[in-house]
Design a protein around this ligand. Structure first.
Ligand SMILES: Cc1cc2nc3c(=O)[nH]c(=O)nc-3n(C[C@H](O)[C@H](O)[C@H](O)COP(=O)(O)OP(=O)(O)OC[C@H]3O[C@@H](n4cnc5c(N)ncnc54)[C@H](O)[C@@H]3O)c2cc1C
Length: 367
């Protein structure tokens, strides 16, 4: 049982990829860190498409992020299968094919492993404990308990209580539904675009013995069609026993302007650390978590400003995030076009540009 009287160096709300990674690096720096999570098994239930790029692919996607292999350690048990191609599929169903080294995770095991990794460095975890609010250096739980920390980190995802209490900036959220389905679904990860997923995309990601299939939309572009009916329509095209149904929400405005207010920090989804042009959030949350953790240690040891975290994020991820936001905005506009126009637009000539959009590079080399 964690002592309520103790003053922690840092308290992290949420033990997902962002929170566990922050805690790992704070603990590695020799500091006392407590992670508080509302779930009693962190990572369950599944809320994810479960696709991450391999570390090689991450080095290409995020060239300014150092030591990727130290940050992103994925144990074999958490990998369902590896993939080597991505298909971008317009409404016609005729894909543009790209080489892409991906890993389909067993996300629940992946998140449990991140918790174990942080714990092995000395981080403490309090689970099944929901945070209600934060008041200065005090974290107040729903059950009435209170914990004190010199620094408080909001890593509670898109409904983080610290973000809700202290930040007024709003983020566009994309609602998502997905299923796990048994069967054989080929070798490529597929992203489908068109009127079947207005303003978003649908996916079919093959796993070892089935697939993760899902769909996310922008409500304002869905012309009255509900997420449920669009998801059912897309998923029903595939045959197989559905073994799990899940839903969630993804922040798609890119990272927010300010991550630090006094001794309060946000990281991961709560700070908008998702690449809007492809929905990648797991590895990006971990990049943010490492920078936040290291900035906290340096602040506690040497009095360095916590705003160093924002500066370092911009240095490592600024251009990737900027390009991804531009791609998402242009993509949202293009995706309003009728399906027959999209079918023409996704062609061998535009193929390299489409890939630049998805992989967060400048859409056109000239600007
Ligand atoms: C349906 C779906 C599919 C996705 N697919 C992919 C994908 O294929 N690839 C990819 O890279 N990304 C994907 N993402 C995004 C990815 O899951 C997130 O970006 C990532 O999980 C962010 O990590 P996080 O630690 O910031 O937040 P989370 O993983 O959401 O973790 C937040 C933690 O905080 C806890 N918490 C929340 N509120 C409180 C509170 N008040 N008190 C205590 N604890 C609290 C939660 O229990 C949770 O454990 C998907 C997201 C969704 C919703």
């Amino acid at each position: 049982m964690e002592e309520e009287s103790e003053i922690w160096d840092a308290i992290v709300i949420g033990g997902g990829p962002a929170g566990s990674t922050t805690a790992r690096y704070v603990a590695e720096g020799g500091k006392r860190v407590l992670v508080i999570d509302g779930r009693d098994s962190i990572g369950s239930p599944l809320q994810c498409g479960e696709l991450v790029p391999t570390n090689n692919e991450m080095r290409r996607l995020c060239p300014d992020v150092p030591d990727i292999d130290d940050l992103l350690q994925t144990p074999e048990v958490a990998i369902s299968r590896r993939t080597s191609e991505m298909h971008i599929v317009p409404p016609s169903g005729r894909p543009l094919r790209y080489p892409f080294e991906g890993m389909m995770l067993n996300r629940v095991l992946h998140d449990e492993w991140l918790v174990e990794l942080a714990a092995s460095k000395g981080a403490k975890f309090l689970t099944g404990a929901r945070v209600e609010s934060v008041d200065g250096e005090t974290v107040c739980l729903r059950d009435g308990r209170k914990f004190q920390g010199k620094i408080i980190v909001g890593a509670g995802g898109h409904n983080d209580p610290l973000r809700k209490g202290r930040w007024s900036e709003s983020s566009l959220k994309i609602p998502i539904k997905f299923v796990l389905m048994k069967g054989e679904f080929g070798d490529a990860v597929e992203l489908h675009f068109g009127s079947m997923a207005p303003g978003g995309y649908a996916w079919v990601f093959p796993k070892a013995n089935g697939a993760n299939i899902g769909l996310g939309i922008q409500n304002k572009l869905s012309k009255g069609k509900s997420l449920n009916s669009l998801a059912d329509g897309f998923i029903s095209k595939y045959q197989g026993e559905v073994t799990f149904r899940g839903a969630g929400s993804l922040p798609m405005s890119g990272s927010i302007k300010q991550f630090v207010k006094d001794n309060h920090l946000l990281v991961g989804d709560s700070a908008g650390m998702v690449l809007p042009s492809n929905g990648a959030g797991i590895t990006i949350a971990m990049i943010g978590g490492r920078i936040a953790g290291q900035a906290i240690v340096s602040h506690l040891d040497n009095g360095t400003s916590l705003h160093q975290y924002e500066k370092e994020w911009k240095r490592q991820m600024g251009s990737v995030m900027r390009n991804s936001k531009i791609s998402f905005k242009m993509g949202s506009w293009i995706m309003r076009l009728p399906d027959w126009v999209l079918n023409i637009a996704f062609n061998p000539i535009t193929k390299p540009f489409v890939w630049r959009f998805v992989t967060c590079r400048k859409p056109f080399i000239i600007f």
